[in-house]
Design a protein around this ligand. Structure first.
Ligand SMILES: Nc1ncnc2c1ncn2[C@@H]1O[C@H](COP(=O)(O)OP(=O)(O)OP(=O)(O)O)[C@@H](O)[C@H]1O
Length: 237
């Protein structure tokens, strides 16, 4: 896979600290994610999840600390290895969904057209609808396709289900993302939709006030009779 230098670590954050105008948003965040993992990045509003994902994507530089993607420092060079679904991203409203996907297919060298077609079917995208006329949930699904139709080895999703109805969330979580998790691709997903995503995660990283407050293997939690939701409540209540 692209940029795969043979390391088994897809993403490594070492003592990542972010300060904006003296306000500390992230404080020495350290964790690493092995290849093939599907990790949930969970935490209350304002905990620092989106900021951390922006730094991991290489689009934002931390005040201190470092991020490595498959062993390389995060930045322009590593962008091709990462598919990012940003928080509050916007698609060009004047295009139809089909026009946007055709454009995205030309834009990304790792675009999988067959996969795009499957995703359009399973997420029920009407290709003729102009993006400006799509509902919030429809646009969120189109954004998700823009990310998942790529074959990038690392996928960073920030709130992929904003505006998506409950049944569709469950369907996307159980079929689409699980289907893509072939043990090769690595996912880090920031979400508040813990119940729908719980079955998918094999690891959870809990962020509170800009710090990693818990980092658990989901299998270990299950062995202890604890669910992801209970663990979240235990840490943040
Ligand atoms: N550019 C900025 N300038 C000042 N403060 C910022 C900036 N970006 C983020 N923050 C602050 O940093 C904190 C973390 O924000 P962030 O969006 O990363 O949190 P989050 O965990 O993604 O929240 P949510 O779950 O609500 O999406 C918040 O208090 C936010 O107000």
């Amino acid at each position: 896979m692209t940029n795969d230098t043979g390391t088994s670590i897809a993403l490594e954050c070492r003592q990542v600290t972010m300060k904006v105008r003296k306000k500390e948003i992230l404080n020495e965040v350290t964790f690493s994610l092995e290849k093939g993992r599907i990790a949930g990045l969970l935490g209350p509003n304002g905990a620092g999840k989106s900021t951390l994902l922006s730094i991991c994507s290489g689009l934002m530089e931390p005040t201190s600390g470092s991020v490595r993607i498959f062993g390389q420092p995060a930045g322009i060079e590593t962008l091709r290895s990462i598919a990012v679904l940003p928080d509050r991203g916007k698609l060009p409203e004047w295009l139809t969904a089909g026009e946007w996907l055709a454009f995205a297919g030309q834009l990304y060298p790792d675009w999988d057209f067959e996969r795009e077609e499957q995703l359009v079917q399973s997420l029920r995208i009407n290709l003729g609808t102009r993006i400006s006329a799509q509902s919030r949930g429809e646009e969120a699904r189109l954004q998700l396709i823009s990310c998942l139709a790529r074959t990038s080895p690392l996928v960073l999703l920030d709130e992929p289900f904003t505006g998506v109805d409950m049944i569709s969330r469950e369907q996307i979580a159980s079929s689409v993302v699980a289907d893509l998790a072939d043990g090769e691709r690595t996912f880090l997903i920031a979400t508040h939709d813990i119940r729908e995503m719980e079955q998918l995660f094999d690891r959870i990283i809990l962020i509170g006030n800009g710090r990693v407050v818990a980092d658990n293997e989901v299998d270990s939690l299950r062995e202890q009779g604890t669910s992801v939701e209970s663990r979240y409540r235990e840490v943040f209540s």
